[in-house]
Design a protein around this ligand. Sequence first.
Ligand code: UDP
Ligand code: MG
Length: 331
Amino acid sequence: MVTKGNESHHVDIDLSLIVSAFNEEGNVEPFYHEAVRCARIHNSNLEIVFVDDGSTDNTYSKLKEAVRIASEQNDIRVKVISFSRNFGKESAMYAGLQNATGQYQCLIDADLQQPPETAFQMLDLLKQNPDYDCVAAFQESRKEQGGSLTSWFSHKFYSMLSKSSGMPVISDASDFRVFKAEVGSALLSMKEYYRFSKGMFAWIGFRTLPFPYTPRERLSGTTTWSFKKLCRYAIDGLLSFTSFPLRIATYLGLLVSLAAFLYMMVVLFQRLVFGADIPGYTTIVILILFLGGVQLLVLGIIGEYLARMYAEEKRRPIYIVRKKLDSECLD
Ligand code: UDP
Ligand code: MG
């Protein structure tokens, strides 16, 4: 193992930027240079942990290049963890946290929508408020694909999640956060396979300061989050942080029983007073369809939880590493 400047191993890292990148070939180099520029201005001992989430473009070779540059410049440490396939952003953030050594850590996107300069401002704010553990950037103006409909859905979703799980989930806060290493360890102590960082941040607690910012336009490439993918993510989050949907079965059951009891009274009354059977073909068809629908719905909800229990029970790894690089030990 070749190491240069042995002292650099003992230098305490101030900030670790944890960057998940999936097909970001046009962004990782500009990101690296921008982060280095900011670190020099703020006189901060920076480490960048890039997680290549199974990119199929040239992201990995661009990252290799960044590691090479960093090893020559010798003032910033760059680590790269490259996954064997695409495991998703949540898994990438988990791997990044595991490899971050900074006193302060920051989750940030590779596309420069979240400027590294903002991360350093958040770091300053956190250092000025030592009683707080975390600074969370929230978007002042949302610029999302699908526009207002998507943000309406996401607003409704987070208020529902907050209410049903009993935890304050900040609706406009993103994963873009700067926090103390303790917060990072708390996140790592949650080893679940289905990861939902907004819920996890709410669950672990800690004192969080909000930080308003306006996301920039994506530097290059397009977002990989379609409306369908967002819905899937929302359902995953809901199922991992609240068992409220299971209670729907109880409520529906009570409601249907009550309705059945009332209808029984009506039928009995008709039978006793008028004495004759009423041909109730329509009623029967409606009842069969309604009850069948309710039963399938509830069964589906139970099935969703069961599938997650099965997946969690298998204890599969959250990610698999194909290759690791470190600017301080190049082979
Ligand atoms: N990302 C990832 N794995 C994925 C999808 C996305 O690591 O499967 C990364 C992506 O490279 C980017 C960040 O997550 O750095 C946010 O993704 P994107 O910009 O597509 O989302 P948006 O900003 O539109 O929410
Ligand atoms: Mg983005």
